[in-house]
Design a protein around this ligand. Sequence first.
Ligand code: ADP
Ligand code: MG
Length: 685
Amino acid sequence: MSTIPSIKKLDQAVVNRIAAGEVIQRPANALKELIENSLDAGSTQIQILIKDGGLKLLQIQDNGHGIRKEDMAIVCERFTTSKLSKFEDLSSIATHGFRGEALASISHVAHISITTKTADSPCAYRALYADGKLIPAQPGQSADPKPCAGNNGTQITAEDLFFNVPTRRKALKSPSDEYNRILDIVSRYAIHNAGVSFACRKQGTTMADIQTKNGASILDNIRLLHGSVASELLPVKNTFDQLGFTLDGYVSNANYSVKKMTFLLFINHRAVESSSIKRAIENIYSTLLPKGGHPFIYLSLELDPKNVDVNVHPTKKEVHFLYEDKIIEAISDTFQQALESANSSRTFYTQALLPGASNPTSDADDEEPSSSSTRSSNVPEYKYVRTDSRVTTLDTFLYNPENAARAAETLNAESSSTDSSQPPVASVTTTCSVEVIKKTRVEVRLTSVLNLRKEIKKQENAKLTAILSNHTFIGCVDDVLALIQHEQSIYLVNYTVASEELIYQIVLHEFCNMGQLKLSTPVSIREYLAVALDIERHNGTLPDNLVSNEEIIESITTTLIARAEMLHEYFSFEISAEGDLLALPMIIRDYIPSMDKLPVFLLRLGTEVDWESEKQCFYTLSKELALFYSAEPPLRSEEREDYLWKVQHLIFPCFKTHFVAPSSLKEFVTPLANLADLYKIFERC
Ligand code: ADP
Ligand code: MG
């Protein structure tokens, strides 16, 4: 016997709840709608309060135009909106939401209360809602809005989100996950609506996790919420009359590369997603950035609303629009132009020890040092427990580039008879111009290189890699040792040793793809070799054999000239047919090794590198480069500050992105203390 189930019409409340669940899938969706309403109401201040990732409480307070008392009864009904009165308006409306669905949807899955005051009303009104309708605060009372005290603007509170949709509630992972999504949405809107002040905090805390200022610029807010990427951004702006759209935004330059793309996209001022635009952007950058590298993009498009189809996805997140291909092409072209024109080279000055130079001063670049440090991460500031680029580290007490620059100015002012841009007389200046060479990344297929890379992996100590790649820099202890923090522990790192290994790995990793440090005045290899031989003989490191200096110099120079092409293709060297060195590889961005080491490096290219077998050649050459570029204490004390600065800002960040720690490094990374223990000690003090 079979029973035929009878078909029942679903209860209207259930239908509404299902519909609501499609629009509001999680707290962050609800909040997005509420933020958009506040912005539509002309607010300049928006404060958000969250409990349990928005599941317990989502509250938003704005200072916008408010809701009239007579409208309060219907704002939570479906299809009520002050922004749309006839169907044709659907196509021309420019405000954020325009379907009159958001408040209604939220009221079907949460307890809603609204307190609001318009400027012309003597007092504020408060009302509670359920399932789209006004409800009384206590059974038996009137449901009408009650007069109360309040400021101009609107406060909307949604409590117990999805209290009546248990399956949805269960599907939401964790309050902290939901809270991160909320912060993501708030930070997107805060950047796009720079000028409006946004605050977002958890209930029970006094510190806001996001707090932007009234009148801040977009860049200010990007810097605040995404950190130092703000110094690597290029503005993009264009109008395409024929396609009826404008674009405006900021895109990261070719120097910036992170593991995951940050893409803040707004179409007609709504945060949306578009996989086709995203793909086009990834395409442009794939030729500019190292493999696996991604950009930071903030892009605001204003399209003719007629052409936007926001109804594709219930949450209206993924959008499609008419003339998509043409518009995407226009966007791509604009980005390309911006990236190309930013490709001009920058110049750095560095001084080399040449024969007769008696008092060279420190390497110094002409850029503000801070601009060359890039935290290679796009994790918003608020997700850090402790950040290493903005919080005070020990180096504040050791070296402050600004102070140093000021000190240098004073020095120059004192010797005002000499041109301050000229180096001291006895030294010869070698200018390196650092060029960001835009070339398609070459995929390396040489077995020798692939094997060398594999060998690195084989010797890995995973725990040590984790320590270094997730470290927080504390400060240099001296010219060789630095303190870092990883989780609860503090470690002493011998960075002279560690940086040598690091450079070796980067050379293999960037094989064929390194940039160049161009020398303004060509360096005569012969002259430098002569200096090196003097040094070696002086140190007694070169046996007194029968071969004359001249013979050694000639033999090495000839070898290098003969290998110039290979050295260029694989290692970005430039050596002229006459034996002049014109360019060195740029192994770490903006990092110029101490030119004091150049003579000995050239000599060792002759004595230590095995030029015969391919794999041995790459191995020994990479090792020599590592020795040359590694962080070694400078010979002169006046170079110390600059050296420590480079160690912190150029070398240590690379441990986070490029490093596989070999077991052999273990003895050079010493655990010093466990923070938990230290705190215990402090507590006792
Ligand atoms: P829509 O935004 O599509 O009009 P909503 O359901 O989001 O639909 O909002 C319904 C109406 O409630 C809006 O049209 C607006 O008149 C009013 N409203 C909602 N939030 C606010 C607010 N923060 N300030 C002023 N009015 C608001
Ligand atoms: Mg709305």
